[in-house]
Design a protein around this ligand. Structure first.
Ligand SMILES: C[S@@+](CC[C@H](N)C(=O)[O-])C[C@H]1O[C@@H](n2cnc3c(N)ncnc32)[C@H](O)[C@@H]1O
Ligand code: SF4
Length: 408
């Protein structure tokens, strides 16, 4: 990793604003925020009506979102269909590699009305899939209210969590369309990545979600400490019957550089995943995304921004065109809008929807983002879908039907 990249990563302590020419330190940002009145007036919303989800309603929500994707592709225009919203700046854990560096974030979180307004505007722009991210999203006291608001608008809702608060908050999140819990590997590696004792807590949350029949996915971030745990995770997924997704560690904070795999280790771990997938284990990371990562033509740890002209001819047959920053956006907890998490490190200069409105913040991303390729597995899974890749659509429909009828 180059020195300037490390610099950016250290600057993450000023939240997602690192690299912005507006702020060089948290103090500078605080000073600015104090003097600046919010430019976007936020309405007051009434409490959301109750919402009870069922397998059929989940199928319908997925159908609505597919329909929106088809409409968007047929329109020939880029507009948002999927949004990842970082719903809060706080986390009750301190995972060694976490790009969010949440203990160092001091920003105030969105109010309930701000979040509802954001969802409202995104819905009006065409968004039909919302992923509530964090920090630890379940720390929000209004998580049930926000979930009901999103579901009452007919959008597909995914929440990703570390699972620690699930025993307390099960009732508030039981009506999501997809609950993703993060577990990185077996006890030793997982706890090295995510903190001592987290393996047992997460396993308990997985069991609880399964007992409650929630549409569960498990997401594993593979690092040097968990790269030998693909077989453990695959066997666990098979035994407990949950859907398993893999991610590769990207741009870890300086303190977690030891978790970074070498290029050879990454390729070996990708081969292992493909082997278990071919054996029929419930691994839902798609083969084209795994292949695109395996064939990645650059150093995984060196180059994170690849423009169109930099995609080598020999890689074109594996390349998954990127729709992040075109139809999918990441909205940080402080209001800044990015193409994706990989660009929240200072490599992209964002605009803030609370200052300029969501339309301008989104169109700023659309006009300024020049990154066109990456080896990130979950990103490319979504890219295949956003690009209307026929096999990926068939794959996701099959997955949804299995989920609806509890077939795996
Ligand atoms: C940022 S967390 C937020 C949600 C929740 N707190 C959790 O842990 O699932 C979402 C996911 O990002 C992953 N993640 C965090 N830092 C990462 C990094 N540097 N590279 C790849 N994935 C990372 C986590 O492992 C987790 O699966
Ligand atoms: S990965 Fe999730 S649980 Fe871990 S520190 Fe980051 S936000 Fe918190």
């Amino acid at each position: 990793m180059k020195d300037h990249e490390l610099e950016f990563i250290q600057l993450r302590k000023v939240s997602s604003l690192d690299g912005s020419d507006l702020f060089n330190s948290l103090e500078e940002k605080d000073e600015f925020t104090k003097t600046k009145k919010p430019l976007i007036p936020i309405p007051t919303y009434p409490p959301s009506k109750p919402f009870k989800n069922t397998s059929w309603k989940r199928l319908l929500a997925r159908g609505t979102y597919f329909n929106a994707l088809i409409k968007q592709r047929m329109s020939g225009r880029d507009y948002p269909v999927i949004a990842i919203i970082v719903a809060n700046n706080k986390c009750n854990w301190n995972c060694s590699y976490c790009f969010g560096d949440y203990p160092n974030r001091k920003d105030i979180d969105y109010t309930t009305d701000e979040l509802k307004y954001l969802v409202d505007r995104l819905h009006a722009m065409g968004v039909r899939y919302i992923n509530l991210h964090g920090g630890e999203t379940l720390l929000r006291p209004d998580i049930g209210e926000i979930s009901r608001f999103i579901k009452n608008k007919g959008m597909y809702l995914c929440i990703i969590t570390n699972g620690s608060l699930l025993p307390k908050k099960l009732d508030e999140v039981k009506d999501v369309d997809n609950l993703t819990i993060s577990l990185d590997g077996a006890l030793e590696g997982n706890d090295r990545n995510r903190g001592k004792g987290t393996f047992a807590i997460t396993l308990k949350a997985i069991d609880l979600a399964l007992q409650a029949n929630l549409p569960l996915r498990v997401s594993a971030t593979l690092t040097k400490h968990t790269m030998h745990d693909v077989s453990f995770l695959s066997e666990l997924a098979k035994e407990k019957r949950f859907r398993l997704y893999f991610s590769l560690l990207f741009k870890p904070l300086k303190k977690a550089q030891d978790a970074q795999m070498t290029n050879e280790e990454i390729r070996s771990v990708l081969s292992e995943i493909r082997k278990y997938k071919a054996l029929g284990y419930p691994i839902f990371t798609s083969e084209p995304a795994l292949k695109a990562a395996y064939e990645w033509p650059y150093d995984f740890n060196e180059k994170h921004h690849v423009e169109e002209a930099e995609i080598p001819q020999s890689y074109r047959k594996f390349h998954v065109p990127c729709y992040y920053g075109r139809t999918k956006f990441t909205i940080e907890a402080d209001g800044y809008v990015y193409p994706c998490f990989l660009t929240t490190d200072g490599s992209f200069q964002p605009k803030n929807w609370k200052e300029v409105g969501i339309e301008e913040a989104v169109s700023h991303v659309q006009s300024k983002n020049t990154c066109r390729a990456c080896p990130a597995l979950s990103q490319n899974d979504h890219n295949l879908l956003l690009g209307m890749n026929f096999r990926q659509i068939a794959y996701v429909i099959q997955d949804q039907i299995k989920e609806t009828f509890h077939l795996s």
